[in-house]
Design a protein around this ligand. Structure first.
Ligand code: NAP
Length: 500
C-alpha cells in the first residue's frame, strides 16, 4: 500500500480557471483509470471537455468503447475477492485516507467542478464538502454492516443472517454534480466490499478522474476502483451485459434509466436507480411569504436550475399568489448570470447547447399555453447561458408541467384548496423531491403524508444530508443513497440455518 503523498498544487493566488487548468495538467487527467493504470483509448480517440461558461476546451479524455470496458470489468472482478476479504476496519482506513485527500485538495476540486460544469464557485465548494461528507460517513459506516440472529423454528437449530457485498458494481453518473454523484455511489459500495467501475458523464469526466487520482494516492488496491470515459452506448452495453457485473447504480434521466433497466434484466442485476424529478414547491396561504420566496430562490436557481430536486412547479395558493409572485419576480430579476468563477455570479451557464434548445422549446410551449414571461436581461454573449425567467399565467397543460426544465426558469401555478395542491403535486409520473411552505402543523403533516415522493422539504428549500435516505418513487427510481440505507444497497443478505 502506498503512503499518502501530495501532488503538485497550483498557486493559491491564481484564478480559479488557471488553477483548474494547472490541476488537469499536474494530475494528468487525460487518461482513464483501469486496473490501477492510467490508460488511453485503443483507438487513441478523445472526448473534448468544454467549459460551458466560455464554450472553450479545458481538457480531453479517452473515448473508450467495449474492449476497454471489458478490461475494467476483468480488473474489478479480479480485485473483488481480495477487497471483500479485508476487515471492514481496513476498508474504512482506505476511505478515510481518500476523504483526507479530498480535504487536502478541496479548492482544486471546487475549481475543477466550476471549470467543467459551470456552477458558481461557492456552490462547487459546497459540492466538495458534500462529497467529503459521504466519504466520511461511509468510512464510518463500513464497520456497521451488521447481521442478525433470529429465533429458530426448532429447538436444535440456530439462524444467523449475514450481509455480503453484492460484487462488481457499475456506477453511471450524471454531469450536474460531477464529484458528489461519484462519491455518493462509490463510498458505500467500497465500504460494503464491492469493487466499482464508474462511467461519468461525457460533459464532466474530469472530476471523476480526479477522484480516481485521489484513490490512487490513498492506496486502493489495483482494480478496486476504475473509471472509464467514453461512448455511453457501448460502455453501458458492456457493463449491463456482463454477468460478472452484479449491480448497476445509475443516476440520470428516467429515459436512460428505463433503457438500462431493460438491459440489466437479461442478467438480473441488482439496481439502484436515481432518476429524474419534477418537484412541486407548494406555498400555502398561511406560509411566511418571505421565507417561501427565499426557499424558492434556492430551490429553483441552485446550479442554474440543473438539479433533480429543483422546484420545477411552483404552486401558490390564491390568498398569497400576488404577494409571492411580485416578490419572487423581483428577486429573480436581480440574479446575476455569469461565469461561475466570478464571485458576483448567482447563476452559471447551462451544461451545453442541447440544454439551451430544450428549455427554449419548453418556454415557447409555455407561452402557447398562456404563459407570460418575466425575464432578466444582461446575460453573457458567449457560453451556454439562459436568463432567469419566471412564467405566470400558464396552464397545467404546458409541457413543462410534466417535464424537467433543468434551467433557471420558474413556472408558477395558482391553486385554491389543499386538495387541489395535493392533486396537482401528484399528477405527474415522477416522485422525487417536494417542498411545503405552511405554518399549520396539521396541514404540513396531512400534505407530507399525501405527497407521492421520496423527500419533503418543509419550510426549507434545501434537503441534502449525507445521513438521510435520498431517492424517489414512481418513475424517479428505486433504492436510496445516504445513511445506512445507502450501504444496504450494496449488500446482499444470506441466512445460515444451523443444526446443532
Ligand atoms: P442522462 O442523459 O440520463 O445521463 C446520465 C448518465 O448516463 C451519463 O453518464 C450518460 O453518459 C449516461 N448514458 C447516456 N446514455 C447511456 C446509455 N445508452 N448507456 C449507458 N449510459 C448512458 O442524464 P443527465 O442529463 O446526465 O443528468 C440529468 C438527469 O439526471 C435529470 O433527469 C436529473 O433529474 C437526473 N438526476 C437525478 C438525481 C437523483 O438523485 N435522482 C441526481 C442528479 C441528476 P453521457 O453523458 O456520456 O451521455
Amino acid at each position: 500500500m502506498s503512503m499518502i503523498s501530495c501532488l503538485p498544487v497550483s498557486d493559491p493566488d491564481c484564478s480559479g480557471l488557471d488553477r483548474a487548468r494547472a490541476m488537469i495538467a499536474a494530475w494528468q487527467l487525460d487518461k482513464a483509470w483501469i486496473g490501477g493504470e492510467w490508460r488511453g483509448a485503443d483507438s487513441r480517440e478523445e472526448i473534448v471537455v468544454i467549459n460551458p461558461a466560455t464554450g472553450k476546451k479545458i481538457g480531453a479524455v479517452p473515448f473508450l468503447r467495449t474492449s476497454e470496458t471489458r478490461r475494467a470489468i476483468d480488473a474489478a472482478d479480479a480485485a473483488f475477492a481480495g477487497w471483500a476479504g479485508l476487515l471492514a476496519s481496513e476498508r474504512a482506513g482506505f476511505l478515510k485516507r481518500w476523504r483526507d485527500l479530498m480535504i487536502d485538495h478541496q479548492e482544486d476540486l471546487a475549481c475543477l467542478i466550476t471549470a467543467e460544469q459551470g456552477k458558481p464557485i461557492d456552490q462547487a465548494r459546497r459540492e466538495v464538502v458534500g462529497a467529503i461528507a459521504y466519504a466520511e460517513w461511509y468510512g464510518e459506516e463500513a464497520r456497521r454492516a451488521y447481521g442478525q440472529t433470529m429465533p429458530a423454528n426448532q429447538p436444535d437449530r440456530r439462524v444467523i443472517v449475514q450481509k455480503h457485498p453484492v460484487g462488481v458494481v457499475a456506477a453511471i453518473t450524471p454531469w450536474n454534480f460531477p464529484l458528489t454523484m461519484v462519491v455518493r455511489k462509490c463510498a458505500p459500495a467500497l465500504a460494503a466490499g464491492c469493487t466499482v467501475i464508474v462511467k461519468p458523464a461525457e460533459d464532466t469526466p474530469l472530476s471523476a478522474l480526479a477522484v480516481a487520482k485521489l484513490a490512487e494516492m490513498a492506496g486502493f488496491p489495483k482494480g478496486v476502483f476504475n473509471v472509464v470515459t467514453g461512448q455511453p452506448g457501448p460502455i453501458g452495453e458492456a457493463l449491463t451485459g456482463d454477468v460478472r457485473v452484479r449491480m448497476l447504480s445509475f443516476t440520470g434521466s428516467t429515459a436512460i434509466g428505463k433503457r438500462l433497466m431493460v438491459q440489466c434484466a437479461e442478467t438480473v442485476k441488482k439496481l439502484s436507480m436515481e432518476l429524474g424529478g419534477n418537484a412541486p414547491f407548494i406555498v400555502f396561504d398561511d406560509a411566511d411569504i418571505d421565507a417561501a420566496v427565499a426557499g424558492a430562490m434556492i430551490s429553483k436557481y441552485r446550479n442554474a436550475g440543473q438539479t433533480c430536486v429543483c422546484a420545477n412547479r411552483i404552486l401558490v395558493q390564491d390568498g398569497v399568489y400576488d404577494a409571492f409572485v411580485a416578490k419572487f419576480i423581483a428577486a429573480s430579476l436581480a440574479q446575476k448570470t455569469g461565469d461561475g468563477f466570478d464571485a458576483q455570479t448567482d447563476i452559471g451557464p447551462l451544461i451545453n447547447a442541447r440544454a439551451i434548445s430544450k428549455v427554449e422549446r419548453l418556454i415557447t410551449d409555455a407561452v402557447a399555453h398562456g404563459g407570460v414571461l418575466h425575464t432578466a436581461s444582461n446575460i453573457p454573449d458567449q457560453g451556454f447561458f439562459i436568463a432567469p425567467t419566471v412564467i405566470t399565467g400558464l396552464s397545467t397543460d404546458a409541457a413543462c408541467f410534466n417535464e424537467e426544465l433543468f434551467a433557471p426558469v420558474a413556472p408558477i401555478y395558482r391553486f385554491a384548496t389543499e386538495a387541489d395542491a395535493i392533486h396537482l403535486a401528484n399528477h405527474v409520473k415522477t416522485g422525487l423531491s417536494s417542498y411545503i411552505y405552511s405554518r399549520d402543523i396539521g396541514r404540513i403533516h396531512r400534505v407530507a403524508d399525501a405527497l407521492d415522493v421520496g423527500v419533503v422539504g418543509i419550510n426549507d428549500g434545501t434537503t441534502s444530508h449525507e445521513g438521510a435516505p435520498f431517492g424517489g418513487v414512481k418513475e424517479s427510481g428505486q433504492g436510496r443513497e445516504g445513511g445506512h440505507w445507502g450501504l444496504e444497497e450494496y449488500l446482499e443478505v444470506k441466512y445460515l440455518n444451523i443444526a446443532l
